[in-house]
Design a protein around this ligand. Structure first.
Ligand SMILES: [Zn+2]
Length: 302
């Protein structure tokens, strides 16, 4: 049970070190469990506003958390947040600017970058997810389970390590770490989601998505030229022709299926579809990284 008064003034509190592929929010939840502190008390110890600490996905107070967890700040950012995923297509200037903003611990602006890379409407991809086999393996190795970063990405439906379908925990990824959400995977009941796709397709997309976490920020910043070259080499010659763009969108839809694309919040629209935007070098506002991953899977299939 969390103590009522929190730590004694002047007492130095150490946070646990993050486990491999652990989401930063999970580290805070484990810290809360280990130290017997509520999430509000933990925020006080870390030295950030309790509301600012509330996000499971959006990192706040990184320098302070890094110090207390004896882990370099950049290691936390790159290995324990979704930053590598959301920054895949950013240029060098944007990466530097956004990284600096994150390290200044003002969550308002970064909130937009993270939120825009997840489905906007209610969707299973907005819930925390876990792998039952990872729970057993993590308890066997570490004595406790934790929330994996890769499992939180919108395109990861199967555990990249075990190949089994992830279960949904009915706790929102962007919800506050409050009394009711201050839970670890072994403390929740999971349910299945129907993503409207077969196992092979889900596995291909899950592995492609999870692999982006090992890429450096900005790894795909020259995407426009790469996509144009691949499309033209595959027979889509005139990318100024609306008929050609329409065919790209329909072929992309045929690769994944309209029901699946709707289920993940990336349906193909008749006008200005996301595949036609990517084919012509135009940026996307919503779920940009996931759309790029799907488009690359589509291009690989040509
Ligand atoms: Zn697993």
């Amino acid at each position: 049970m969390p103590s009522r008064g929190g730590p004694r003034p002047g007492l130095t509190v150490y946070l646990p070190r993050p486990y491999p592929d652990e989401m930063l929010g999970s580290l805070l939840i484990r810290a809360s469990h280990h130290l017997g502190l509520t999430s509000v008390q933990l925020a006080h110890v870390i030295g950030v506003d309790a509301h600012a600490l509330a996000h499971f996905v959006i990192p706040t107070g990184l320098p302070r958390i890094a110090s207390l967890a004896a882990t370099p700040t950049d290691k936390l950012l790159l290995e324990h947040t979704a930053f590598p995923y959301i920054s895949l297509t950013w240029d060098t200037h944007a990466i530097t600017e956004h990284r600096d903003q994150l390290l200044r611990s003002r969550p308002a602006e970064p909130s937009i970058w993270f939120r825009s890379n997840f489905p906007r409407r209610p969707n299973p991809a907005k819930l925390r997810r876990f792998c039952p086999e990872c729970i057993q393996a993590d308890i066997g190795t570490y004595g406790e389970s934790y929330w994996h970063r890769s499992h939180a990405l919108p395109g990861v439906f199967l555990c990249p390590q075990h190949g089994v379908r992830l279960l949904l925990a009915h706790v929102y990824l962007f919800g506050a770490i409050s009394r009711s959400t201050n839970v670890l995977p072994y403390e929740v009941i999971g349910t299945h989601a129907d993503w409207q796709a077969d196992q092979r397709q889900l596995q291909t997309i899950s592995l492609a998505t999870a692999s982006t976490l090992s890429l450096p920020p900005g790894a795909w910043q020259h995407w426009a030229a790469v996509y144009r070259g691949k499309l033209e080499a595959s027979g889509y010659r005139d990318l100024c022709d609306q008929t050609v763009l329409r065919k790209i969108a329909l072929d992309c839809q045929g690769t994944f299926g309209p029901k699946f694309l709707t289920s993940i919040g990336l349906p193909i629209t008749f006008y200005d579809s996301w595949p036609s935007r990517l084919a012509t070098g135009k940026a996307l506002r919503l779920q940009s990284s996931f759309a790029h991953i799907l488009f690359r899977v589509f291009l690989e299939s040509l």
